[in-house]
Design a protein around this ligand. Structure first.
Ligand code: FES
Length: 252
């Protein structure tokens, strides 16, 4: 007797279209994940009631929790489709799996959302190490193992959006930059070469939508799939912003 998985998907045909639900029943395979469920639905897009429909749209690229593009709300919790196993979900709810798009970004179609805001915010804080020139610049500055150890957890951020989805301060209508961008500011400001742009980054954190809009709910820490220490990052961000504020005051 084959085992089945019931998958309920919140669908939307396009930007600003109304949403609706469709339910599918697919054959259970050991070690299958949510992306496998969506692939199975694409192979045979027929609802539980036997009505032919379209395959569910979703984003995916790496299929190994590295790119963050498959982030969605699964059984009401934000996480990646590629690394969420059906076996684990059955322990949460043995009857069905619900899939919904993230709520903080425009829905392009079904489970695919437009996370451009996150990438614009990465530009806002200049989330890069400036290296200019095509010639051999020689070895970069030395970074102590202690600093490497401190910074590595921040470098794991994959801009998936889990921290923004879980944050009550981050809404569709405001400009809050979000925990990921604050943590990345700390990462790049702490790098000896990246520190060249430190003041530009801190200026962005001082603007409306910057660090002061954090309400310290700390959901960002709880939901991050990469265990980025966002709360520590925000605390360090506050320290850097305060020091910059005093520096600006006395250099007038
Ligand atoms: S497909 Fe890249 S994180 Fe899931």
């Amino acid at each position: 007797m084959p085992e089945y998985v019931t998958v309920r998907v919140k669908r939307q045909d396009g930007l600003d279209s109304p949403s609706y639900w469709e339910t599918f029943r697919i054959a259970y395979q050991p070690r299958m994940n949510v992306t496998t469920c969506l692939q199975q639905i694409a192979l045979n897009p027929v609802t539980l009631e036997g009505r032919k429909t379209t395959p569910v749209a979703y984003d995916a690229a790496c299929l190994e929790e590295v790119c963050g593009s498959c982030t969605m709300n699964i059984n009401g919790s934000v996480r990646q489709a590629c690394s969420t196993l059906v076996e684990a979900l059955r322990k949460e709810n043995p009857n069905e799996i619900t899939l919904e798009p993230m709520t903080k970004y425009p829905v392009m179609r079904d489970l695919a959302v437009d996370r451009s805001r996150m990438f614009r915010d990465l530009k806002r804080i200049k989330a890069w190490i400036p290296v200019d020139g095509y010639y051999d610049l020689g070895p970069g500055p030395r970074i102590s193992p202690k600093l490497q150890h401190q910074l590595y957890p921040y470098s794991r951020c994959m801009t998936c959006g889990c921290c923004t989805e879980a944050c009550p301060q981050y809404t569709k209508d405001n400009r809050f930059i979000g925990a990921f961008a604050i943590s990345l500011t700390v990462l790049f400001n702490s790098h000896p070469t990246g520190a060249v742009l430190k003041e530009d980054r801190l200026k962005e954190l001082m603007e409306p939508g910057g660090i002061s809009e954090c309400g310290q709910a700390q959901n960002c820490l709880r939901v991050c799939p990469k265990s980025v220490p966002n709360v520590t990052g925000i605390a360090q961000g506050y320290r850097q912003v305060t020091a910059q504020w005093f520096k600006n005051l006395f250099s007038r």
